[in-house]
Design a binder for this molecule. Structure first.
Ligand SMILES: Cc1ncc(COP(=O)(O)O)c(C=O)c1O
Length: 521
């Protein structure tokens, strides 16, 4: 049972929250005609620009006269993203049920926009700590810092090493726990409370379960965790407000949501889940198409299909369709729309590119595209579009059948280094002579990945090579990160998809025969 006793509510906090936040975000208000959404974000007809982009950038003539594309501009919301909707609803509920009081701390796992949305609370005297587990774009970090949010950066983006006799996960968990303990101590949390729960903390870290880590830290330190990944108010904020809002606006324009397809991306599944439910309850149909970047592509604020699968609000049976869209192909569209003056972010470009594919295949003709955030945080990346050639991602088969093109294979990992057996296996599977495999030490790898410049050892290996260099790691993520860092400096390399662990021959070996813990620090 929720506690809802008046005397348990911090009335001063509630009043300030309503005045400074609630009254500025979309919410339902009753008037004589019934409930109506106020503070709706603009729903803008972008069909003309969409057609022009199709023609100019992709040479596609969209002749279907029925075609209608609306952008739902949540980039105009307070704190610049759609995530202020669930954040405001969850916090409002927590205040009126007495779970949050002035001076309290809020802890949440977030990849950016939800944390930035929570940042609005710091001006109400609430401290916000975000736990960040992936490499965030500099612009996102900048905004989190600007909003006075404390960031605990776990730097867990390095490839995990599956099956390393359980030991690897344990080691990473211990190192990460020590890192969190020190960051918490700096933020003036009592480390002895942390030490009392160390077994549970390390076991969550071994599974890279940052969502439950945020809940546990919040529990032991008596903080509030919004639990965006498991909180039904996240989905409900879209079912009861965003959905109603879009429907209301389409009606005002002489349309009905019943005839439209909504395109959105996936972070927690709140937007896709809530809008799917609204359409299914009102029109008894599926109306939401969910767009993912392919594995290995990092698009700000959203998940790949693999990373969504398993989350509570990933519910594919409720969606009208799911699509994987290559962000590289969507980048010119992002540039086009921003130059036309539309404030759209990376995830919006992915959705608009998917819309282009659906429209040009004449599959559908009426679309609402969720513009979940704007371009400001990503401006630096935008400047690079068209200037930087992205690294190639190649499979073992690709490499083996073009092995003559590769003159160097560069191992890159901050924790593991190949054993002799691993080097033999790489050479054999890729069809490349052993003498061409270079293994820089872990410190050198760390230096490259942290963006501190290209270490001489790596630079020389690449410069010496007459053909292409191939970056290889445990599972394909670290090498791609490294190849991206190199690409930014104008050096184009390829990255092996799946790394050493996915090579067909590796399946017959113990991982410990192929790699060992790196020790050359
Ligand atoms: C830029 C961006 N687009 C889309 C989404 C999707 O939101 P949801 O969490 O509702 O799935 C997010 C979520 O973090 C986001 O940051």
């Amino acid at each position: 049972m929720e506690q809802n006793q008046d005397n348990n509510i911090d009335k001063v906090l509630l009043e300030r929250f309503e005045e400074e936040i609630w009254n500025k975000v979309p919410h339902l208000e009753n008037n004589e005609e019934g409930a109506k959404v106020i503070n709706a974000t603009p729903l803008v007809d972008i069909t003309a620009d969409f057609k022009e982009c199709a023609k100019k950038i992709y040479n596609l003539e969209l002749s279907n006269s029925e075609l209608q594309v609306y952008g739902k501009l949540d980039s105009t919301l307070l704190t610049g993203s759609i995530k202020v909707r669930p954040a405001a609803n969850i916090i409002h509920d927590a205040i009126i049920t007495g779970k949050i009081k002035s001076g309290q701390t809020i802890i949440e796992a977030t990849s950016g926009n939800f944390g930035i949305a929570l940042g609005m609370l710091s001006k109400l005297g609430l401290q916000v700590v975000t736990i960040v587990s992936r490499k965030l774009q500099e612009g996102v970090f900048h905004e989190l810092r600007n909003m006075n949010i404390k960031i605990m950066d776990l730097e867990m983006d390095i490839c995990p090493a599956p099956g390393m006799e359980g030991k690897k996960d344990e080691l990473v968990a211990k190192a990460t726990a020590a890192n969190i303990r020190s960051q918490l101590t700096q933020l003036e949390f009592d480390p002895s409370i942390f030490d009392n729960s160390i077994t549970e903390i390390e076991s969550l870290l071994a599974k890279q379960d940052i969502i439950n880590l945020a809940k546990l830290l919040s529990k032991i330190y008596n903080c509030f965790c919004p639990e965006q990944y498991d909180n039904d108010l996240n989905v409900d904020s879209h079912r009861t407000i965003t959905g109603v809002e879009i429907d209301q606006q389409l009606h005002e324009d002489g349309n009905s949501l019943e005839d439209f397809n909504i395109l959105c991306t996936f972070g927690t599944g709140g937007t896709s889940g809530g809008l799917s439910r609204y359409i299914s309850e009102k029109y008894n149909k599926k109306g939401v198409h969910v767009i993912f970047p392919p594995g290995g592509q990092d698009v700000a604020g959203i998940r790949t299909h693999n990373n969504a699968d398993g989350l509570k609000y990933y519910q594919p049976d409720k969606y009208a369709g799911e699509y994987e869209v290559d962000f590289e192909k969507a980048k010119p569209l992002l540039k086009f729309f921003v130059e036309k003056g539309h404030d759209i972010g990376e995830s919006s470009a992915l959705e608009l590119y998917a819309t282009l594919q659906l429209a040009s295949a004449n599959k559908e003709s009426k679309f609402v595209v969720m513009i979940c955030d704007g371009i400001e945080k990503y401006r630096k990346n935008l400047e690079k579009i068209g200037k930087i050639q992205p690294p190639g991602q190649v499979s073992q088969e690709n490499v083996a059948s073009n092995s003559g093109d590769y003159d160097k294979v560069i191992w890159i990992h901050t924790q593991y280094t190949p054993q002799e057996g691993g080097i033999e296996l790489l050479a054999k599977s890729l069809g490349i002579d052993k003498s061409k495999i270079v293994v820089p030490n872990a410190r050198t790898a760390q230096q490259l990945l942290s963006g501190q410049g290209i270490p001489d050892e790596i630079n020389n290996s690449i410069q010496e090579s007459k053909g292409k260099a191939l970056m290889v790691c445990m599972a394909g993520r670290t090498s791609l990160m490294a190849a991206n860092v190199l690409a930014e400096k104008g050096i184009i390399t390829d990255s092996l998809i799946g790394g050493i662990t996915e090579l067909p021959e590796a399946r017959n070996s113990q991982l410990s025969e192929l790699v060992k813990q790196a020790s050359q620090f």
